[in-house]
Design a protein. Structure first.
Length: 82
């Protein structure tokens, strides 16, 4: 679930950095201090958005590997030539 949030939040930060910062300033209690470094700096927010997306994708990939039961893991079939 955290990976999904990170990817989505990062994507919004990349596509609409000004609006995204404004939303966090107004509608999220206590987030004003967190978004202060991005105020008036859309390039900085975009960079952070790319970092969020990369971290979210890495987390999602890691979770998939660890959460998949051993019985459901794909097996490699070996074909023998005769």
């Amino acid at each position: 679930m955290a990976a999904t949030f990170m990817i989505g939040d990062g994507l919004l930060g990349v596509l609409q950095p000004q609006r995204h910062v404004e939303l966090w300033e107004k509608d999220a209690m206590g987030a004003e201090r967190m978004v202060a470094p991005f105020r008036g700096r859309p390039g900085r927010r975009r960079l952070y958005g790319f970092i969020q997306i990369a971290a979210g994708l890495a987390l999602a990939a890691r979770q998939r590997k660890h959460d998949q039961p051993a019985t459901e893991r794909p097996t490699r079939s070996r074909s023998t030539s005769t």
